[in-house]
Design a protein around this ligand. Structure first.
Ligand code: SF4
Length: 393
């Protein structure tokens, strides 16, 4: 398994504390998106087609740390956009680590070679390199040739320098089990510490809407991949029960509050994938979001979702409550044949609402009325205004 024992214990103890305190909803992974700007333009991405004033914004060091403190999750996944475009990222990482958190820094790795010396290996710090498959598959997914080779070169360098390195692969409906299995063999041979997988989510703003998976196809695809992985020594970075869910053996409902998202708009409702409104504080997000309106079976936009940021927290909490079940899956791997667990009934889901453009316009209006950031704070970490802190590529 690709999750270090110490991190499993840390997260497990945190979950037990939440249960003993009687908390019904609590965060596990803070999804921190300090900027939306990216140096790629992947067809399946729902984040990078914002207007320039939004792409040029970033969260300051203080705003990132405030989000970490407000939310209290034991794990912080830094995503974006491309986090390595944020000039203050080394300071953000260092200060979050100093708070005892586990960090997963998601990157397309195009800047990794250049930036590597600004970071130090740490047992709680993992580079999570975006690789959606072999050379042809990944370069197709990111809509640019040569990216796979650069990412792999950076991955090997990071390993040489003693960093913990994972890859994260988002799978689309043209993924082939045999080919994905070969790719997992390849990255295993490269020495990656963890392989994280997730099916792609059909962002309504993603330019390519043709290649997203539905739930049945997702389960068949993952069964096909996992069946080929027996005894291969793949170190999977997802929890065993989440992998079992992907293989169609668990009827989980999502836990969107498990991975709350803080980005340049605020705290995103209800989850990392849907932007249906923003709260100013974490508390406001938790207290004023109507959680029952979301999730598969409740909302049309959630119908096909099986994404890690919605369901990994469900699986992890299940594992802490029923450790023997998780252990059994960990020992034998996810079941790859036989009946699948019952699917969630979609007949009563409410129709999709298309509110996204309204939120973008609101954010643009608010930005237009903001005082210049140097007037609000010191020049160094001055909030999320126009971006001197977006680093050169
Ligand atoms: S199913 Fe859950 S995680 Fe997925 S989009 Fe809906 S609310 Fe978000």
């Amino acid at each position: 398994m690709g999750i270090p024992l110490r991190q499993q214990i840390k997260v497990g103890a945190y979950i037990l504390r939440q249960h003993l305190a009687g908390r019904k909803r609590y965060p596990l992974v803070l999804m921190l998106e300090p900027l939306f700007k990216c140096n790629l333009a992947c067809a399946g991405c729902g984040k990078i087609d914002y207007p320039d004033p939004i792409l040029n914004r970033r969260l300051s060091v203080e705003e990132c740390l405030q989000a970490v403190d407000e939310c209290g999750a034991p794990v912080v996944a830094i995503a974006g956009g491309e986090p390595l475009l944020h000039k203050e990222m080394p300071e953000i990482v260092e200060k979050i680590l100093a708070r005892g958190k586990i960090i997963i820094l998601c990157t397309n790795a195009l800047l990794l070679e250049k930036r590597l010396e600004q970071y130090k290996p740490h047992p709680r710090f993992t580079w999570d390199i975006h690789l959606d498959g072999d050379r042809e598959q990944h370069d197709w997914a990111v809509s640019q040739k040569g990216v796979y080779d650069r990412a792999v070169k950076a991955l090997k360098l990071a390993k040489e320098k003693g960093f913990r390195v994972a890859i994260n692969a988002t799978l689309f409906n043209n993924a082939e089990p045999e080919r994905m299995a070969r790719f997992f063999d390849d990255v295993t041979a490269m020495g990656v510490d963890a392989i994280m997988v997730s099916p792609g989510y059909a962002y309504e703003r993603a330019p390519d809407q043709q290649h997203f998976l539905n739930r049945r196809k997702t389960k068949e695809l993952f069964r096909g991949i996992f069946a080929r992985g027996q005894g291969k020594g793949w170190k999977m970075g997802n929890s065993p029960l989440f992998l079992d869910f992907l293989a169609g053996n668990q009827s989980y409902h999502c836990t969107p509050w498990g991975n709350p998202t803080r980005n340049v708009f605020g705290w995103q409702r209800p989850c990392y994938l849907l932007g249906e409104g923003y709260a100013k504080t974490y508390r406001e997000l938790m207290d004023t979001t109507d959680w029952d309106k979301y999730g598969t079976g409740n909302y049309e936009k959630c119908a096909d979702c099986m994404v890690h940021s919605g369901f990994e927290a469900t699986a992890v909490v299940d594992a802490v409550k029923r450790p023997w079940k998780a252990l059994a899956v960990q020992m034998r791997g996810p079941r790859t044949d036989g009946e699948m667990a019952p699917e969630i009934d979609l007949t009563r889901q409410r129709p999709a609402e298309y509110v996204f453009s309204r939120h973008v316009q609101k954010a643009m209006d608010e930005m237009a009325h903001e005082p210049p950031k140097s007037a609000k704070r010191g020049a160094k970490h001055g909030g999320s205004g126009e971006s001197p802190a977006v680093a050169a590529e």
